[in-house]
Design a binder for this molecule. Structure first.
Ligand SMILES: O=C(O)CCC(=O)C(=O)O
Length: 316
């Protein structure tokens, strides 16, 4: 297990330097983020936000799997969501058999054409949370409220932008993997097929045990920096409320302007992946032994490129 650097105290200068220079995960603990840490009980949240409808993931299985879609979507009043998500899982079993809940707040536009901004969509809660100004307002992309039942794990995925996750209520385990380990993480698109980061002996994913794992438990008030492309998986130990803030760490021109969820690959990368799929389609017309040979040739070229990049990085 790899250490995640912890910065404690009121001053976040060293944390910011780590974020900007090392571009590795880091935790900031002990800064003032407002009264939310003390007052965001399920009752308070329900009362303040009321019955505004929200779209939630409902899962019978604590390990949500986006690839196999083992969960469904339901629209619930916000106050009902926090009531259900904050029940102890065992007590809840007979009332809502095997239902666990996860809210990832989206914009309010029903067709998903606006970006999530916490202060705008939850104005009755916004004074309770002071989001530290860390990265420059012009780079801001979105801020997302996340509410989760105890134990309900979000699938392992990467985001295309840097973000900080501000843990407000409940303890939450977080597992992170360096993008250099991507080959050991069995990716399909932006998601990994690894739904349980502790399942290192799964015969379907033999290389997973080679991936270096960064792991920690966040406590209320903690802010963790999750660099773009770092795979991560979260497992709330208790009823959990968090807000994460995404910002464009690359030049604006690299991002798809129509991407309201902030999960589309940077434009040159999306084009490269599309070209790869076209190349694969074009090879389909050849006999299999030719396909095998030309795929191997393509892989050799790609590996050469990766070696060049690695060489450059070790010389830095
Ligand atoms: O804390 C969560 O529920 C998920 C966090 C996450 O996926 C993120 O910060 O990108």
């Amino acid at each position: 297990m790899e250490e995640i650097k912890l910065y404690e105290g009121k001053d976040f200068k060293d944390f910011l330097e780590h974020v900007n220079v090392q571009r590795k995960p880091a935790i900031l603990r002990g800064i003032d983020i407002g009264p939310c840490v003390d007052i965001w009980s399920p009752e308070y949240l329900g009362e303040k936000v009321g019955n505004m409808p929200v779209k939630v993931h409902v899962s019978p299985n604590p390990k949500m799997d986006f690839i196999k879609k083992n969960f469904s979507y339901k629209t619930l009043p916000f106050d009902e969501l926090v009531k259900r998500a904050s029940r102890n899982v065992q007590d809840d079993y007979f009332i809502h058999p095997q239902e666990l809940y996860y809210l990832r707040s989206l914009g309010t536009e029903p067709r998903g054409t606006d970006v999530a901004v916490f202060e705008e969509h939850y104005p009755s809660l916004s004074d309770d949370l002071k989001i530290p100004e860390m990265f420059g307002k012009e780079k801001f992309f979105s801020s997302i409220l996340r509410v989760s039942s105890p134990q309900l794990c979000l699938w392992t995925h990467y985001d295309v932008m840097d973000n900080v996750l501000i843990q407000i209520r409940g303890k939450k385990k977080i597992y992170l993997f360096d993008p250099v380990d991507a080959l050991n993480l069995y990716l399909i698109g932006d998601k990994s097929q690894i739904t349980d980061p502790n399942d290192t002996e799964n015969p379907h994913f033999p290389n997973f045990k080679k991936a270096k794992r960064y792991e920690t438990t966040l406590i209320p008030g903690d802010i963790i920096f999750i660099p773009a492309l770092w795979l991560h998986n979260v497992e709330p130990v208790e009823f959990s409320v968090a807000v994460n803030v995404f910002w464009r760490n690359l030049d604006k021109k690299f991002y798809d302007q129509k991407d309201t969820y902030g999960n589309k690959d940077p434009i040159p990368a999306a084009r490269a992946l599309q070209t790869l799929h076209n190349a694969m389609k074009s090879l389909d017309s050849l006999p299999e032994d030719y396909q095998h040979f030309y795929y191997t040739r393509m892989i050799s070229e790609i590996f050469r490129k990766i070696e060049d990049i690695e060489q450059k990085r070790t010389n830095l």
